[in-house]
Design a binder for this molecule. Structure first.
Ligand code: TXA
Ligand code: MG
Length: 342
């Protein structure tokens, strides 16, 4: 059992030292907090799987401090160059052919490709630069739980298992990066994120495929991580469509234990829920909803009396895809309408 520290920006040297000696350190990014280990230290990378309880067939993203670092272990093609110039540093992970013999199987899951990302967080880029190696970084949650958007979420899940958390306040985007596979002759979005397929098409000047659905566990998924139930708190989560809130609120008021409600400000106003207990605001738009989703799920998870959480789903538009995808997984695909029809 290690004592897990919460480090400020001034304590960066402590985080650097810990990573250099092969310990685990959680780092901030613009999306969610990552669980860092030296990507060139196989033993350290192995500890990431143990700490998270992550299945060993689910490969990790390698985080770099600059574009130059990528070619040490991945093959950078023309599409990758274009997307790096357009979107990096930023919330995009690229799957590229691996340079053989540099990274261990523990990082790549034995695939001949590797996931790479240059995060838009100055503190973390300094961290990677000072460690001198790229860092693997899955989201710093216990496997299956909502991803952490605050240092205290990381501490909640992983204290005693990691050396420390580098605290840089709340993450801005709140859902994980867009994952795009550039290793075949058809660029394919494997996980939706803040950067939409349309924005990628515009940058590349060509069409891209999109493979963002909850896969049947028997299918062989392209992004191994997409097959697991994910982002889920311990409570039952249900999705609520815009026009279902009247029924949802009546149902919630009928329950013996309080029901957590997560919805945007416009619906809070419409249904006169402002200032009520067990109401979590998703803010005013798709971006704020994504930024507040995981924190809200964790908030209600910590409230003993709450058994059920009802969460607003968003209209099926490209800019809502990341939010709806994570909510779909957290709810296991369940809609609140199942609660009041039989
Ligand atoms: O925003 C993010 O991407 C965060 C922050 C910390 O950077 N990281 C993150 O990592 O979400 P993780 O490990 O939770 O998700 C990585 C995803 C998984 O679905 C994994 O299966 C997929 O990327 N992946 C990794 N390597 C791959 C590969 N070679 N081919 C296809 N998918 C891959
Ligand atoms: Mg994750």
């Amino acid at each position: 059992m290690v004592e897990t520290k919460i480090w400020t920006a001034e304590e960066l040297p402590d985080a650097v030292k810990a990573l250099k000696r092969g310990a685990l350190v959680s780092f901030p990014t613009e999306t969610v907090y990552g669980l860092g280990a030296d990507a060139y230290n196989e033993r350290a990378v192995g500890k990431v799987y143990t700490a998270k309880g992550r299945p060993s067939d689910n490969p990790l993203i390698v985080h770099v401090a600059d574009v130059e670092q990528v070619s040490d272990f991945a093959q950078v093609n023309e599409w990758a160059k274009t997307l790096m110039a357009t979107f990096w540093p930023g919330p995009m992970t690229m799957i590229l052919p691996v340079v053989p013999g540099v990274l261990s199987k523990t990082v790549t899951g034995g695939l001949d490709t590797v996931a790479v990302r240059l995060p838009a967080n100055d503190l973390t880029r300094d961290l990677i630069r000072q460690v001198g190696s790229p860092l693997v970084g899955p989201s710093a949650n216990t496997s299956g739980r909502p991803s952490p958007t605050l240092a205290k979420h990381v501490y909640h899940d992983l204290h005693g298992k990691i050396a420390g958390v580098l605290d840089d306040g709340p993450t801005k985007i709140g859902v994980e990066s867009t994952v795009i596979d550039l290793s075949t002759d058809m660029p394919t979005v494997l996980r939706p994120g803040w950067i939409t397929p349309e924005a990628i098409e515009e940058a590349l000047g060509r069409s891209v495929m999109s493979q963002s659905r909850v896969l049947d566990p028997s299918e062989a998924p392209k992004a191994p991580g997409m097959k697991y139930r994910h982002y889920a708190p311990d409570k039952a989560v249900y999705m609520v469509g815009d026009d279902e809130w009247t029924q949802a609120i009546v149902w919630a008021q009928d329950q013996l234990s309080p029901v957590g409600l997560m919805l945007p400000n416009a619906l809070i106003a419409k249904h006169q829920l402002a200032g009520m207990d067990f109401v979590w605001s998703l803010g005013d738009d798709a971006r704020s909803a994504a930024a507040n989703l995981f924190a809200g799920l964790r908030y209600f998870d910590d409230q003993k009396e709450v058994q059920t959480i009802l969460v607003a789903s968003m209209p099926a538009q490209s800019e809502n895809a990341a939010y709806n995808n994570r909510l779909g997984k957290a709810s296991g695909g369940h809609f609140a309408s199942e609660l009041w029809t039989d």
